[in-house]
Ligand binder design. Structure first.
Ligand code: ATP
Ligand code: MG
Length: 734
């Protein structure tokens, strides 16, 4: 429609062009998913430069993640035809850190200040709290840190916290602790993440000279994902944008339906007050979605319509080429089946020439990644866990595995060293040195040396008490293993050693996720016939290094997927208690549920061509099987855009007899059919018929002959390595 104007404006629709060419004055772009908000922002950046309105370093552009910043930098470079340097483009934190280095002295720091991580923060806070004699059982330090962080999110320095704000938590001592904590930070020439924004905002509030310097400097401000800004970010933006006697050249793009960070203090109201704060603001609405097919859009729009109090936006298909496939809802037996289904679909897509980097599995919670990771490794499909660690690399999983290793193998010094003081048992560096020395002198493994020292009365006080307790936990576990099996024993060990309690006492936002990961680990353990077998399996799985550069499928959380797009998106675990999350259900409020629904909307709208939702009929809660109820969000999808494929057909094929499509009709299962039943049935791995007596090759152990077989687990007599139990998936026939 528009043949005039420069090249880079050609392929935009009229509303997008308006948003780009309205360069001066405040502008809010309010639009649904995939309507080109980010593209508008990028093109606007290029347009400002190409039309000579500003130099590259005179534009301030805020993205939500570092990844988004990188992409925007590349896209701007591509539009300009040359890479650009020195841009003020990044996340709020990155931009603030850079600014603060220039003005650190105004808040009592020098420009070389350190930024503390969460562990350091907590350690420091505990020191600060000591003189206050707070009952830390009742008011754990993590909770107090949370209070402080929320104050920082709201732009409240200690001086700005009113006594009224300080009433309930920790008996009204938070404000004083906060003050001391900030003083200590300054003494250490350090700040925490929250301080980056807080300090910069405070400097701009109190130093007009600094502020006007930035006002002269930044001519244009661009902000992506505006719906997820919190109060301090909002204050910071407003300070920078409102310039005396000049228009506020600020352009924010956002979508109220994608506000998913209220748990981190984000205020969707910031969108609503934009027109009040910046009088004369233009508001542009984009309605054409260029990302997704008609079917995907229909499903997403129908779902989000169940939320109240929306600003209300229209979404129309912008690509006339694609009605596309309906959104698929697949009901599966359990999470292993779910992983199998996803794995098969990915293999099929790959065989059909689709790129793995165009495929994503989006989970609600971190624990869900395990089943998919293992399946993809088994199938040899390269993947990456975006924005997080692979399941078996997570700290709590490594800790728990270390407990298991010591249980299995008392001489495993590395594992013992990892757990000896986790949770805290008063074993410091000096004590550790003593243990090592004893172990060397007496030529014993570390754990045995500790036992020996206890026996000889060489350990005193708390250390003796704690070490005795730990060692007897381990001994009891070893003793019970043959009788009670690995699941019960490991669960008991993690409980009795205080490891689980350590995370239960932790009130940081990540702690519940860690506990879920631990539960998932114990669930996985149940699939193996022995603890040793499981540990070997983990070692083998972890051996599969990610090969850099290769095309990989992405696994990530729904929160991490904001702003991204993929051809094919898998949305597993749509069950009540998983998604919406159990926590949301327990809290019972409408607000939480609506945020979960927005998260579902974000999930579906990541897909260009295919969205595949799944839910398992059964989830194992520790050793027991329970039937799971499909997510209410599945019912809310408009039926004309959805096809249901059920467990029924699959189950019949696997010999479960008649099974209704929906999980709510499943009885509570005491135990699932064994994994091996399925594998032997050949339903999923028909090619793996490795018989006893077959000569095989294994990556790590070399050549050998299969001596016995239990489903997909083989016992192989290796020529060099001896007799080993291995999974058939790691074996090749020769
Ligand atoms: P989200 O709300 O998910 O962040 P968004 O509104 O930022 O989405 P973009 O990511 O900018 O949307 O755009 C979605 C897709 O549509 C991108 O692949 C983009 O290149 C494409 N697109 C945007 N505008 C147009 C257009 N006018 N013509 C063709 N494709 C377009
Ligand atoms: Mg975007």
């Amino acid at each position: 429609p528009f043949s005039d104007g420069p090249d880079y404006l050609q392929r935009l629709n009229p509303e997008q062009r308006t948003a780009i060419e309205t360069t001066d004055g405040p502008l809010l772009v309010l639009a649904g998913a995939g309507t080109g908000k980010t593209r508008v922002l990028t093109t606007r950046f290029a347009h400002i430069l190409l039309s000579g309105r500003a130099r590259p370093n005179q534009i301030l552009a805020v993205t939500f993640t570092n990844k988004a910043a990188r992409e925007m930098r590349e896209r701007v470079g591509a539009l300009l035809g040359t890479p650009v340097e020195g841009l003020w483009l990044g996340t709020f934190h990155a931009l603030c850190a850079r600014m603060l280095r220039r003005h650190a002295e105004y808040v009592g720091l020098t420009s070389g200040f350190t930024i503390l991580d969460t562990d350091d923060q907590l350690r420091l806070l505990k020191q600060v709290m000591e003189p206050y004699r707070i009952d830390t059982k009742r008011w754990p330090p993590q909770g107090i840190l949370g209070v402080i962080q929320r104050w920082k999110d709201r732009g409240l320095t200690p001086a700005r916290v009113t006594p009224a704000e300080d009433s309930d938590f920790a008996g009204g001592k938070c404000r004083a602790i906060y003050t001391d904590y900030q003083t200590r930070l300054a003494q250490l020439n350090a700040c925490d993440f929250g301080d980056l924004m807080l300090h910069m905002t405070e400097i701009m509030r109190t130093r007009p000279d600094v502020l006007s310097q930035y006002h002269r400097f930044f001519r244009y401000i661009l902000v992506d994902e505006y719906q997820d800004t919190n109060t301090i970010q909002y204050l910071w933006l407003r300070l920078l944008a409102q310039r005396e006697g000049q228009p506020a050249n600020i352009c924010c793009v956002g979508d109220d339906d994608q506000s998913i960070y209220s748990w981190r203090g984000a205020e969707v109201e910031n969108i609503l007050r934009f027109e009040r704060d910046f009088p004369g603001a233009a508001v542009v609405r984009l309605e054409r979605n260029y990302r997704s097919t008609v079917q995907i859009l229909g499903a997403a729009s129908g779902l989000i319509a169940h939320n109240d109090g929306r600003l209300g936006k229209t979404l129309r298909p912008g690509r006339d080429d694609a009605t596309g496939e309906k959104v698929r809802v697949v009901s599966v037996w359990d999470s292993d089946d779910e992983a199998r289904m996803v794995g098969e679909e990915i293999e099929r897509a790959r065989a059909g020439g689709h790129s793995l980097s165009e495929i994503a599995i989006l989970v609600r919670a971190g624990f869900q990644t395990r089943a998919f990771e293992e399946r993809l490794i088994t199938l040899g499909i390269p993947y990456r866990v975006v924005g997080g660690l692979r399941f078996y690399e997570r700290a709590e999983i490594r800790d728990a595995l270390a407990y298991m290793r010591v249980l299995n193998q008392p001489a495993d010094d590395l594992a013992f060293e990892r757990i000896i003081n986790v949770p805290r048992r008063g074993i410091g560096a000096a004590a550790m040195q003593k243990f090592h020395l004893a172990a060397r002198e007496r030529q014993m493994p570390l754990a045995a040396a500790v036992m020996d020292m206890i026996a000889r009365g060489e350990l005193k006080g708390r250390a003796r008490e704690q070490m005795t307790a730990l060692m007897s936990c381990l001994a009891r576990g070893r003793d019970a293993l043959p009788r009670e099996g690995q699941v019960v024993v490991v669960e008991t060990l993690l409980e009795e050693s205080g490891y689980i309690d350590m995370w239960k006492a932790d009130t940081s936002p990540e702690a519940p996720g860690r506990l879920d990961n631990l539960k998932e680990l114990v669930r996985a353990l149940a699939d193996f016939e022995s603890l040793a077998g499981f540990l070997e399996h983990v070692a083998l799985v972890m051996e599969n290094e990610e090969n850099a550069g290769a095309e990989r499928a992405s696994i990530m959380t729904l929160h991490g997927a904001k702003g991204l797009e993929f051809d094919t998106v898998f949305l597993p675990g749509w069950e009540e208690g998983v998604f919406p999350s159990q926590r949301t259900l327990d809290e019972g409020g409408l607000k939480g549920l609506e945020e979960e629904r927005r998260l579902a909307y974000v999930g579906i709208t990541r897909a260009r061509h295919r969205a595949i939702i799944s839910h398992a009929a059964n989830r194992r809660i520790y050793g027991n099987w329970q039937s799971a109820i499909p997510s209410r969000f599945i019912d809310e999808l408009p039926s004309e855009h959805v096809t249901l494929t059920g467990a029924a057909a699959q189950a019949r094929q696997r010999g479960h007899g008649h099974v209704p499509v929906f999980a709510s009709a499943f009885p509570v299962m005491a135990r699932r059919p064994r994994v091996t039943d399925v594998a032997d049935g050949g339903a999923t791995t028909p090619e793996r018929g490795i018989a006893v007596g077959t000569r095989v090759f294994h990556q790590k152990f070399g050549y050998g002959t299969v001596s016995s077989k239990d489903g997909n687990r083989l016992e192989v007599a290796f020529e060099k390595a001896g007799l080993k139990r291995v999974l058939d998936t790691f074996i090749e026939k020769t």
